[in-house]
Structures are given as structure tokens and as C-alpha cells.
Design a protein around this ligand. Structure first.
Ligand code: FE2
Ligand code: FE2
Length: 366
């Protein structure tokens, strides 16, 4: 049965190869009217669609520039935009997200899966104009995402994780949070379908917002954000099948996963470019005050303040992450879980985190 889409007129597919997108459009027509236009289309050809689907290869820079202009009206009208990536790389995901895509999927996903996701996007009412984002610091976000990519690729291939790139990424995240706030950061990071990237970027943004809310000196803010940025760098050494496993890990897989803290610590320590406080965050961010954490079951005063701060961001980020196969947890619920961990996390810091948690659930423009 076709959905009723008052005021808006169906699904619009923008494609670099309209002939190739015909089958996608045919499948999507079960959800409502579906039109395909090429990248050479003018603004007035867009109409007022319920959802925009971009089906293209994001390697063409000139096409991206034209698409950026073409999408300005849908972005201002808060029209949901989905990008189906013909060539799936982290950089292309970054570019799609920076163009305003709220959902980024690999085009190789089955038509049924894509239809189901677009169906949910249509069913979700668009925000009222007063909540439409108008000042997304997209360039900062895209830069930060690209620098993350460089860092994780280097770590995964045994190359040096250059401090200069880490500092650039830290500056990008801090600027994005300062300009757009935590909610805009979350909105774009949630579109990222790589579990590890999404998680690390969530933790880093939350740490930047937390450090700002605590009025840390700028130097201390940078230290904390840098630690958050690299806290899970050891995951670059964990097999993808374990990192991206949708279900619960087996005992053996969990044991492998838990090696990431020491792996990240070893990797960065050997380079000699990172301060002991940062290495401490990387090694200790799964230690808990009651001694139930890992790798060494440290407790109380053995756990430093920067570690305690990053651990709160880390757990909260894991709770609010968005994956295609599960319902997202609401920020308020996630925060209540932190509050219930009172023997594991420092209560005063959790209470201080309330502002970040509240900001992460507020409308983007508030
Ligand atoms: Fe971790
Ligand atoms: Fe983590």
C-alpha cells in the first residue's frame, strides 16, 4: 500500500547515471511516486520531495560541487537525504555526510533493505522549520572525519600515528563542537555506518563538549579531546569481523576485543610522540572505580581524572550509538544508566555530565 505523503511529492533520486538508477527507482516506487533526475538538473527540477536519495560515485569532485548547490534547498527544508555509495570508502562517507546526507548506505545493500530504510525516513515527520539547521559547520566535520580516517588507517597498517594529524583532528572536533554544539556533531556522526569510526567520533565530540562545559583551560581541553580521539586506536588491530559483529561476542571474541586497550597503548608508546597522561587514557579507559574493569582491575585512586572523564564519555557513547539493526537508545535513558553505575564511575563527574547529556537530546537548533 502506498503511503500518504501530504505536502511533499514522493521520492527523488539524484543520480550520476540515471539509466543505472532506474531499477532502484522502480523498487522504491512501492513506497510512493519516485522520480530520477541527473546531476545536470537545475534547482527547479527538484520539487518538494519527501526524501532525496543520492545514487552516485562520490569520487567526482566537480559533480560533488554541483550536488552541494543542488541540495541547498532540501537541506534548508530539512528534507531527509539518503546517500547510496557506489564506491564505499570512509572518505566518500565523509563527503556524503558533509553534503547533508542524514543516512549513508552502501549501494550494494539489497533493494529490500534500502526500501525499508527509506520507508522509515518517510514515516518520520520532517522537523518544523524553526528547528531546521542553518549553520552546520560541515567543513569542520568533514575535516575531522577525514583526519580520523588517516589516523585509523595508519594504526591499522602499522604506520606511525602522526601527532600532527592527531592535533589537526583534535582542533577540527573542538571547532565543530564550539561552532555547532554536541547535537549537530551527533546528528552527522550517527549517519556513519562503521561502528568503530562512529564510536570514536562520538566519544571525541562528547569529550570536547564535556571539557568545555567544565570550563577547562584550553590546553586541558585539548589534552582530554586528544585522549578521547585515540582511546580506541588499538581497535585498528582487531579483526573487522569482531569489531562489526552485530550480535553479542563469544568469550573468545571478547577476550580478543579486550586486547585493544593494551594494543593501542603499545602502539602509541613505541612512537614516543605522546605524553604519559594520554597513554594512560588509552590503556585504562575500561578500568572502573570498583575494580571490575580491565585490563588490570585497577580501582579508586589508581584511576586518573582524565581516564575517569573519558570513561564516562566512552560508556555514554556506546549506549547512544546508532546501528541500522537496532533501535537507538534515547539520551535520557543512557544517562540514567550512567547514574546507576555509581560504584563504577565518579558520581560528581556523572552529575557534571548531565549538561552534555541534556544537550545531546536537545533539538539541533536550540
Ligand atoms: Fe575501548
Ligand atoms: Fe571506546
Amino acid at each position: 500500500m502506498q503511503r500518504i505523503m501530504p505536502d511533499r511529492n514522493g521520492i527523488l533520486v539524484i543520480s550520476d547515471r540515471p539509466d543505472r538508477s532506474k531499477e532502484l527507482a522502480r523498487r522504491l516506487s512501492s513506497l510512493g511516486t519516485c522520480r530520477v533526475i541527473g546531476l545536470d538538473a537545475q534547482q527547479n527540477a527538484l520539487g518538494l520531495p519527501s526524501v532525496v536519495v543520492i545514487d552516485m560515485d562520490f569520487r567526482q569532485q566537480a559533480a560533488i560541487e554541483h550536488l552541494r548547490e543542488l541540495l541547498s534547498a532540501p537541506r534548508q527544508l530539512a528534507t531527509p537525504i539518503m546517500a547510496a555509495l557506489r564506491n564505499e570508502t570512509h572518505l566518500q562517507q565523509v563527503q556524503a555526510a558533509a553534503l547533508g546526507a542524514s543516512t549513508v548506505l552502501p549501494a550494494k545493500m539489497s533493494y529490500d533493505e534500502i526500501s525499508a530504510i527509506i520507508g522509515r525516513m518517510i514515516d518520520r515527520p520532517p522537523p518544523k522549520p524553526s528547528t531546521v539547521r542553518t549553520s552546520v559547520p560541515a567543513e569542520n566535520l568533514a575535516e575531522a572525519l577525514s583526519q580520523f580516517d588517516t589516523i585509523f588507517c595508519a594504526a591499522g597498517s602499522g604506520e606511525s600515528v602522526e601527532r600532527v594529524v592527531v592535533e589537526q583532528a583534535t582542533a577540527s572536533v573542538m571547532a565543530a563542537i564550539a561552532e555547532g554544539g554536541i547535537r549537530q556533531w551527533l546528528d552527522i556522526v550517527w549517519t556513519y555506518d562503521d561502528a568503530t569510526y562512529q564510536h570514536c567520533m562520538l566519544v571525541t565530540g562528547l569529550a570536547a563538549a564535556f571539557a568545555r562545559s567544565l570550563h577547562f583551560a584550553s590546553n586541558d581541553q585539548e589534552h582530554l579531546v586528544r585522549g578521547a580521539l585515540l582511546h580506541d586506536v588499538g581497535k585498528a588491530k582487531i579483526p573487522h569481523a569482531i569489531l562489526n559483529k552485530p550480535g553479542r561476542l563469544t568469550t573468545e571474541e571478547l577476550a580478543i576485543m579486550r586486547t585493544h586497550a593494551a594494543a593501542g597503548y603499545d602502539l602509541l608508546r613505541q612512537q614516543g610522540q605522546y605524553e604519559p597522561e594520554l597513554l594512560e587514557v588509552v590503556l585504562r579507559h575500561h578500568e572502573l572505580l570498583d575494580g571490575s574493569g580491565y585490563p588490570d582491575g585497577l580501582s579508586g585512586a589508581q584511576i586518573s581524572d582524565p581516564v575517569r572523564l573519558v570513561t564516562i564519555c566512552d560508556i555514554y557513547a556506546a549506549l547512544i550509538e546508532r546501528r541500522p539493526y537496532k533501535q537507538p537508545m534515547q539520551p535520557a535513558h543512557a544517562f540514567s544508566i550512567l547514574q546507576d553505575m555509581n560504584d563504577k564511575l565518579e558520581g560528581a563527574l556523572v552529575r557534571a555530565f548531565a549538561w552534555v547529556a541534556e544537550s545531546s537530546s536537545a533539538p539541533a537548533h536550540a
